[in-house]
Ligand binder design. Structure first.
Ligand code: PEP
Ligand code: MN
Length: 470
């Protein structure tokens, strides 16, 4: 058993004693990196737990548990992202804004896997390169919030919901509870186990793409286009069978997990050393959010020492010089695909931001994976139902600009990052299903940002495929 005094968890818990927003703490004498070195830096979006003993116990428990993903899988993803950075693969990253522990059930996990697989079929058909699938899944539980409190009728001003691993969505359950950190681990593990077992047992078998039926998609034209893609792929497969290629590659696919590594206490406990390198085994890929990417902050410090490939969200407030400094910190060895830049400016801002960033990064010699997140810069309040929503048109516009601007600068866009779900939700307006503002209330399930529905997600996949094919 891990002794609490000696454990990293206890060190993290020490933060609570000193007060988390005490930025005056002296830097550690050791200027090198270790999984806890972030604790000497200011922690944006920090969580203050009232119960230090319970936090220590939760962190000690997490430290004793096995890694969620294997270092070899992280290495494999590094190789594939290096390929993506050279245009040899296209990245599809997607899933919920905030995953809930309740989503850990077979139907919802399968639905999410299915939409990502269906989108990747469309993308393979259009781009003619292998698709690298990364889910926002099996750990996407912590949310940065612009406002830390909100007013809820009947409760007054209460803490915002900060994700299932911090507090509960129910207004009566908004106090941060360290037990949720351990629950987070077990829900990640169960989700991941189901994904792994589904994929190794034929769920993604390309010989039966019709299993991934589109019965939920009401729009006939979308269904017909998808069927066309499936038929073409099936023909190709039939041909390969005839010539004797029955390779295993067709019966399963690689699938990687990711989340925003916001809660550093949690991430630290799962960061383990193999072959003298430090792997964050909570997921294959982790990213830094647009709110926590300060050059001298705790998150950048934590990320710089990880062997995992990492993402950085790049919003409109990111200055060109800041971006290059950030890359110098987290990618000192100039490794292909070490960093994925996930740009999310907004349809009306991308034009004025992206070109200079592309040029600055090229000059810097950091070979990054350029991914467009056309969702986060386009969140709006709907005029009629007053719900947090996104217009599919805005999403399409930002993505079209991203595709065009990258090409104009002599490179390809390397991937897309989307908030989506396999369920037929009504959270974003428009798309080929023509969802209207008044219809948002029919099935508005999200506890954070609005997600693309199954049919709207396919619209986006066809946009990219058509662009590549044109
Ligand atoms: C998110 O991806 O859910 C998110 C909060 O994004 P960003 O950091 O880009 O705002
Ligand atoms: Mn979001």
């Amino acid at each position: 058993p891990v002794k609490p005094e000696a454990s990293l968890g206890a060190q993290a818990a020490a933060k609570v004693r000193t007060g988390s927003n005490d930025f005056s703490r002296k830097p550690r004498p050791n200027l090198g990196w270790d999984p806890s070195s972030w604790q000497s830096k200011p922690v944006t979006q920090d969580v203050l737990y009232g119960n230090e003993k319970a936090l220590e116990a939760a962190l000690a428990k997490l430290e004793s548990l096995p890694p969620l993903v294997h270092a070899n899988e992280i290495e494999k993803l590094r190789t594939q992202l290096a390929e993506a950075s050279r245009g040899e693969r296209f990245v599809l990253q997607g899933g919920d804004c905030a995953e809930l522990f309740d989503y850990c059930n077979p139907d919802q996990i399968e639905a999410k896997l299915k939409i990502l697989l269906q989108m990747s079929l469309v993308l393979i058909w259009g781009t003619h390169v292998p698709i690298l699938r990364i889910g926002r899944i099996a750990g996407q539980y912590a949310k940065p919030r612009s406002k830390l409190t909100e007013v809820v009728e009947g409760y007054g001003e209460i803490s915002s919901f900060r994700g299932d691993n911090i507090n509960g969505f129910e207004p009566s359950d908004r106090t941060p509870d360290p037990k949720r950190l351990v629950e987070s681990y077990f829900h990640s593990a169960a989700t991941l186990n189901f994904i792994r077992s589904s994929l190794t047992n034929g769920f993604a078998n390309l010989h039966h793409p019709n299993h991934w039926d589109l019965s939920h998609v009401q729009h006939d034209a979308t269904r017909a286009r998808y069927q066309e893609v499936v038929d073409k792929i099936s023909e190709g497969l039939q041909f390969m069978k005839t010539v004797g290629d029955n390779s295993d590659a067709l019966s399963s696919v690689d699938f990687f997990t990711s989340h925003e590594a916001l809660l550093l206490e949690y991430e630290q406990t799962l960061t383990r050393q193999y072959n003298e390198k430090w792997y964050n085994t909570s997921a294959h890929f982790v990213w830094i959010g647009d709110r926590t990417r300060q050059l001298d902050g705790a998150h950048v410090e934590f990320f710089r020492g990880l062997r995992n490939p990492i993402g950085i969200k790049v919003g409109p407030s990111m200055e060109v010089s800041e971006l290059v400094q950030l890359l110098d910190i987290v990618d000192p060895d100039f490794e292909d695909g070490r960093v994925t830049l996930i740009t999310r400016y907004g349809a009306d801002k991308i034009e004025s931001k992206l070109p200079a960033q592309i040029e600055a990064v090229r000059k810097s010699k950091h070979r990054v994976v350029w991914v467009s997140d056309p969702c986060h810069g386009n969140t709006k309040v709907s005029p009629i139902t007053k719900l947090k929503t996104r217009y599919v048109d805005d999403i399409m516009t930002e993505l079209k600009h991203a595709l065009r601007i990258h090409k104009l600068h002599g490179q390809e866009l390397n991937g897309v990052h989307l908030e989506l779900t396999g369920d037929p939700v009504t959270e974003c307006i428009g798309g080929s299903q023509n969802l209207e503002d008044e219809e948002l209330t029919v099935r508005y399930d999200t506890v954070c940002d609005p997600r693309l529905s199954l049919s709207q997600s396919l619209d986006v996949a066809f946009l990219v495929a058509d662009y590549a094919a044109s």
